[in-house]
Design a protein around this ligand. Structure first.
Ligand SMILES: Cc1cc2nc3c(=O)[nH]c(=O)nc-3n(C[C@H](O)[C@H](O)[C@H](O)COP(=O)(O)OP(=O)(O)OC[C@H]3O[C@@H](n4cnc5c(N)ncnc54)[C@H](O)[C@@H]3O)c2cc1C
Length: 432
């Protein structure tokens, strides 16, 4: 079937919508094909009846002030608020404010800037550095959680860059959007000229058949054609074994795609994020002077080692997080097991009986991003010695295909900001 469009964009996440916006601004007619029944991809904001602020099952924080995200926040007149990054931690049987948390982390990361010679894994770097065992453990837990990475596989050089950026940024504040990232992607979609855009939801792409200047995109229902295609499939989908569930078949094969295994993401490294949101009938942790103002709480060794409250807002919500290899143990857990693990982790953290917590719990949401059929993982990280993989994958193929998405952005990979930048770049290329 001829689709009557200049460009097909696969995926309606941040990258796909940014590509569509950019291409239509250059006058191109665009068809966006999305497998899910909603836009946003790894941005997944739930409407919450109990809270006037967002419930985020996927992306939640705006890290610093990247232009791609802030340009949209301003244009769409969205409201963002600062997130306090104070840490509490259970250590030696006591839950207390960890005033030295950031200093410990910075001490452990400081040597990254001095790394010379061949790239090494973060574990290898830490073994060679002379930091204390406590700082080493703090840094390992942080990389597993924040970067959702396997410390044995993540590139120390990539972390050196991440930390140099953190150090160079004058304003390193983290923000949340009051109405959530969902409002950002909804606003982005609304801002696209609808005369030039077609959006098809529930269109799962199974194959890309192409030759220079022409591509046929096979979905479960039909075939769409266009001279150019922007592919924003998550790395977890591109890494699916050929013929396996979720795999998208490329005919002829795209040589650069062999590099998808040179970037870390779910499946291969089994990066998994579980994000659990629990709402209690009242914020019991505020009864205790020590934890009344807590924002981030750590309970190393638990199934969900990191928790956060809604601070600076006061609410009954706690969010639990297991990232990277820590989450592997939860990969097959059903919802009731996740709930039990979450309650147990909170019991460890607050030193409260499981019954006390269970009786006060009124709502529970969980999302397993590793088993999510349209992402098969959470976000990317650079593997040791593979720093050219993302840029090689991002190079247009025979003037016909262009891959985009968070994993292919070299400035802000793994983030919404990176996805937006990468999508915009691909959209501009496709509309040329
Ligand atoms: C739990 C979690 C927390 C995060 N927290 C943050 C955060 O705090 N801050 C931050 O900046 N970033 C965060 N991120 C990362 C951020 O969400 C992503 O980097 C970004 O949203 C990726 O956008 P994308 O467009 O590249 O990919 P996606 O959003 O995954 O978009 C790709 C689209 O392709 C669709 N698709 C997949 N397969 C097919 C198919 N076969 N056919 C058609 N369509 C298909 C998907 O459904 C999806 O809509 C988080 C991610 C997760 C999972």
């Amino acid at each position: 079937m001829r689709s009557g469009v200049d460009i097909i964009v696969i995926g309606a996440g941040a990258a796909g919508l940014a590509a569509a916006k950019e291409a239509t601004q250059h006058g191109a007619r665009v068809l966006v094909l999305e497998g899910r029944d909603r836009i946003g991809g790894r941005i997944h904001t739930l409407a919450s009846p109990s809270a006037p602020f967002a419930t985020e099952l996927g992306a939640e924080f705006v890290h610093g002030r990247p232009d791609s995200t802030w340009g949209l926040i301003r244009n769409l007149e969205l409201s963002a608020y600062d997130v306090p990054f104070e840490h509490h931690e259970r250590r030696h049987g006591r839950l207390a404010k960890a005033d030295d948390f950031d200093a410990r982390l910075e001490d452990a990361m400081r040597g990254l800037a001095k790394l010379r010679g061949p790239d090494v894994s973060f574990s290898n770097y830490l073994t060679r550095s002379r930091v204390s065992e406590l700082k080493r453990r703090t840094a390992l837990d942080f990389v597993k959680g924040f970067d959702a990475a396997d410390p044995e596989r993540i590139s120390a050089r990539s972390l050196a860059k991440e930390w140099a950026d953190i150090g160079n940024t004058e304003d390193n504040t983290q923000f949340r959007l009051l109405t959530g990232y969902g409002a950002l992607v909804a606003g982005l979609l609304r801002s696209i000229d609808r005369r030039l855009l077609k959006l098809r939801l529930r269109e799962q792409v199974t194959g890309v058949h192409w030759k220079p200047g022409e591509a046929a995109i096979h979905t479960r229902r039909r075939v769409y054609r266009a001279p150019r295609v922007v592919i924003t499939l998550p790395l977890g989908i591109l890494q699916c074994p050929p013929g396996g569930p979720g795999a998208v078949h490329f005919d002829p094969p795209v040589p650069a795609l062999r590099r998808v295994h040179d970037i870390g993401f779910g499946g291969v490294v089994k990066v998994l994020l579980e994000k659990v949101l629990l709402e209690f009938d009242r914020p019991f942790w505020e009864d205790d002077e020590d934890t009344a103002d807590a924002s981030f709480l750590h309970t190393p060794g638990s199934a969900f080692p990191t928790w956060w409250t809604a601070r600076p807002l006061r609410s009954c919500r706690l969010t639990g997080w297991a990232g990277g290899p820590v989450a592997d143990a939860l990969s097959n857990a059903d919802e009731s097991r996740l709930r039990r693990c979450a309650i147990q982790s909170l019991a460890d953290l607050f030193h409260r009986a499981r019954g006390f917590l269970g009786a006060r719990l009124c709502r529970f949401h969980a999302h397993n991003w590793l088993t999510d059929p349209f992402s098969r993982g959470a976000y990317s990280y650079a593997l040791v010695g593979q720093d050219t993989a993302a840029s090689e994958l991002a190079r247009p193929v025979a003037g016909t295909l262009c891959f985009a998405g968070e994993a292919l952005d070299t400035e802000n990979p793994a983030t919404v900001a990176g996805a937006l930048t990468s999508g915009k770049r691909a959209g501009r290329w496709a509309a040329r």
